[in-house]
Design a binder for this molecule. Sequence first.
Ligand code: GN1
Ligand code: MG
Length: 360
Amino acid sequence: MLREKLKTIFEEFEHDGEFYSFKELASGHINDTYLIITRKKPYFVLQRINHGVFKDVPGLIENKVAVSRHIQKKLNDLSEKKKKRRVLAFAKTKDGHSFYKSEDGNYWNLTYFIDKSVTHEIVTSKEIAYQGGKLLGQFLTYTDDFDASQLTEVIPKFHDMSFRYSQFEAALKVASKERLGQAKPYIKKVEALKEEMHILQKLKESGDIKLRVTHNDTKISNALFNKKDKGLCLIDTDTVMPGIVHYDFGDAIRTICNTAAEDETNLDLVEFNVEFYKAYTKGFLKKMKKSISPLELKHLPLAAKTMIFIMALRFLTDYLNGDTYYKTKYAEHNLDRAKNQFKLIQSLTEKYDEVQLENH
Ligand code: GN1
Ligand code: MG
């Protein structure tokens, strides 16, 4: 029974909580995440890390804990109560480790649930977009002096465009005829965008755009807000690694500015929301003014396009591979996600002038 299993694992960790019940938090595509409801607050979040996707789970958890600790130190001027709401806190196992390995070979980690917090799958107000931008800017500012070389590269080449193209090309060779047929119009788009989609990577490789600690999975559902829409903290730090600012800005915009969910199948509902782009950018730059270079700034619109594209490419690749990576709910789920992201790129492209900073 899942209940018994979760209870047993929860009890391997050091805390005062008494297990009462659990609820699956099902928005992620990779890990299994459960809210552990205790008899008396605080509640907890228990997560099984997918070790098929993440090859070095201990390294991943060390990354998360180290980054949280670093941010924790930056919060010194806040009260203890506020501090707890601004950064994830990890529980240790009874024998002092940051993760528990269960008998079936799975890895688990436990964090304190931030009470009275909410997440958004889609953004419905400018204020949330603005607050989301501030949150990411704050995260990147707090981690600016963290030595990125200390971090394990949990998924090497995670946002590397050439790598994602090579995976796509390999998938074309193994895809079924039927899936190739379904994907055909999108395969053409992938080819047409190839050069433009490598611009940021080239700037990174030349050193013109610097490496920082980046979150790498900044979709809006990975941000916690309070019930008055104020941003609290970024969660799901599984993929913190060295990267460029564009990864985080672009991936956030991908979900902030989509007027529909990532897998909405009615593409008429999928539009790029320029007002939210402006609000997010305003919040982001409020925190990043001092640390963003003119070259980084100039490429923010391209970051949005590139990160929407890289997700389209990854969803399409997984569809061609027969759905081996992302969790899917039905056969065409990955294709629908890819179509959705391509529609978003089209909408952004039509409005590209409006998102350039000089037109804000
Ligand atoms: C995956 O599992 P989740 O939902 O946190 C993926 C991200 C994608 C996202 C798309 C390790 O994140 O890169 O942006 O799906 N994470 C990994 O929603 O591949
Ligand atoms: Mg994630």
